[in-house]
Design a protein around this ligand. Structure first.
Ligand code: CTP
Length: 403
C-alpha cells in the first residue's frame, strides 16, 4: 500500500520526536517517498540532519525560505504533492495552532493547503492531553475532517503514568496504510475508468526510419499516477517512451498513430479520457518493406497522409457524462487556438502548453500550463514540477467527473 506513496511527516517538539526516525525508516522500507517538516522546537529534540538523512530529502521548517529561490509556494505545491500528511508527534501547541488555522511554519501552512488526508497522532503529558483546551482543539481538528488518533497509555516523560504516549511507529504505519487503502477505495475518482494516452507516436518510413516528435511522455505518466492515487481504474496507452509504469496502472504500449487510434477507440466508453499523447498528425503514405537505400534514390518529397484525429472522433461520439480532455501545444495565438480546439473537438477541458514560455513543454522537468474549461473558466497554473502540475490537473478532473 505504501509503495511510491508520497508522505509528508510533520514532526513537533516533544520528547517523542525521537520516534520519528524509526517511523521514517518504516515508511521508506515500505517504498514511500517521505518529506519531513519539523517545527523549530522539534529540532531541539532530534536534528534535521538525522531526519533528512533517513528521508533522503531536505527537511523543511521555515515558511519563508532563507534564500529566495522562487520557491515561495512550496507549501501549496507540497500540499498537492502528498498522498497523506502524518503529524507525529503532534504536540498540544501545534494542535492548537492547527485548530485555529495558523500558518506560521512550513508544517502548519502546508496542513492548511493540503488536499490529502491529515492524520494527527498526539503525544504530550497526561494532564495536557486531558485539559479541556486540548480536548476542544482535537474535536475541532476532527470536525475539519482530520483523522485524530488516540494516544497510548503508559509511562510518560514526566515520570507520571497515564494517557499521552505517542503510538508506536509500527502502529502509526498500520493506520497510515489503512487510511490510504480506504482513500483509494473511496477517493474522488474511485470506481471511474480513466484512459490516458502519453508519449509520441512513430510513423514508419521503412523498417529503420520513422517520423516522430520530442514528447517524453512524462505528463501523461504523471497524470496516470495521480489519477490512480485518487482511486481511478487507470489504463495508460503509451507511445515509445523510456518511463516506468506507475503503480496500479494498466499499461498498453503502442507505436504508431494508427495503433493508438485502435487501442483508444476500443476503450472509448471510459468515464474520463485524457489525450496527453503527442500523436503524429502525418504518416508516410506508404511504408517501404525493405530499408530505402541511398544509392539510386535522390532526396525528394516524402508523400504523407493525415492520421485520424482520435480526439475529434471521441468528441463527436461523446456519451452523456463522459469527460474528454485534450492537450494543445501552440507556438502562436496560443489561447485562441486552444479555445478553438476545445469547442471543435467537443472537449470539457484543454490543457494549453505554450511553447514560447520557458519551462514549458517537451523534455523539461517543469511545465507551465493554462487550463481552459468548457464553461468558459480559465485557470493558469504556476510553473511547477510536472508531478505537481499533473496532480493539479487530476484534482480539477475529479471535479468535472459526475459522481
Ligand atoms: N490528437 C489526437 N489525434 C491526432 C492528433 C492529435 O487525438 N491524430 C490530440 C492530441 O493528443 C491532443 C490534441 O489532439 O490532445 C491536440 O493536438 P494538436 O496536434 O495540438 O492539435 P491539432 O488539432 O492536431 O491541430 P494543429 O496540429 O493544427 O495544431
Amino acid at each position: 500500500m505504501l509503495k511510491s506513496r508520497r508522505i509528508i511527516l510533520g514532526v513537533c517538539g516533544g520528547i517523542a520526536a525521537y520516534k520519528s526516525a524509526e517511523l521514517i525508516r518504516l515508511f521508506k522500507k515500505a517504498g514511500a517517498e517521505v518529506q519531513v517538516m519539523m517545527t523549530a522546537d522539534a529540532a531541539r529534540f532530534v536534528t534535521p540532519l538525522t531526519l533528512g538523512t533517513l528521508s533522503e530529502r531536505e527537511v523543511l521548517s521555515e515558511i519563508f525560505p532563507e534564500h529566495a529561490d522562487g520557491s515561495w509556494t512550496r507549501h501549496i505545491e507540497l500540499g498537492l504533492w502528498a498522498d497523506v500528511f502524518v503529524i507525529a508527534p503532534a504536540t498540544a501547541q501545534t494542535i492548537a495552532k492547527l485548530a485555529h488555522g495558523f500558518s506560521d511554519s512550513m508544517l502548519t501552512a502546508t496542513a492548511l493547503a493540503a488536499r490529502c488526508g491529515v492524520l494527527v497522532f498526539p503525544a504530550m503529558d497526561h494532564d495536557m492531553y486531558v485539559h479541556p483546551a486540548t480536548r476542544t482543539n482535537l474535536e475541532t481538528l476532527a470536525s475539519y475532517g482530520y483523522e485524530v488518533y488516540e494516544t497510548g497509555y503508559g509511562e510518560l516523560a514526566s515520570g507520571l503514568v497515564g494517557q499521552g504516549r505517542l503510538l508506536e511507529p509500527v502502529e502509526i504505519l498500520g493506520r497510515v496504510e489503512k487510511h490510504l487503502e480506504e482513500r483509494t477505495a473511496t477517493g474522488p475518482l474511485a470506481g471511474k475508468h480513466l484512459l490516458v494516452t502519453a508519449g509520441p507516436t512513430r510513423e514508419a518510413i521503412d523498417p529503420v526510419r520513422f517520423i516522430s516528435n520530442h514528447s517524453t511522455g512524462t505528463m501523461g505518466f504523471e497524470l496516470a499516477r495521480s489519477a490512480a492515487r485518487l482511486g481511478a481504474d487507470v489504463t495508460l496507452i503509451a507511445g515509445p517512451v523510456n518511463l516506468e509504469t506507475p503503480d496500479r496502472v494498466k499499461r498498453i504500449d503502442v507505436v504508431s498513430a494508427d495503433d493508438m487510434y485502435r487501442e483508444v477507440l476500443s476503450r472509448s466508453d471510459a468515464d474520463v479520457i485524457v489525450m496527453a499523447a503527442a500523436v503524429s498528425d502525418f504518416a508516410p503514405e506508404t511504408t517501404a518493406t525493405e530499408k530505402v537505400k541511398k544509392d539510386g534514390n535522390t532526396p525528394g518529397g516524402l508523400p504523407l497522409r493525415r492520421t485520424a484525429d482520435i480526439l475529434r472522433e471521441l468528441g463527436s461520439n461523446k456519451r452523456d457524462g463522459q469527460v474528454l480532455v485534450g492537450f494543445a501545444m501552440e507556438t502562436e495565438n496560443a489561447e485562441a487556438n486552444a479555445a478553438r480546439k476545445l469547442s471543435d473537438k467537443n472537449l470539457d477541458l484543454i490543457v494549453l502548453n505554450n511553447l514560447r514560455d520557458s519551462g514549458a513543454g517537451f523534455g523539461t522537468g517543469t511545465n507551465l500550463v493554462t487550463l481552459l474549461f468548457r464553461d468558459g473558466r480559465r485557470e493558469q497554473l504556476p510553473l511547477a514540477d510536472k508531478k505537481i502540475v499533473a496532480a493539479a490537473i487530476v484534482d480539477r478532473l475529479a471535479g468535472l467527473a459526475p459522481a
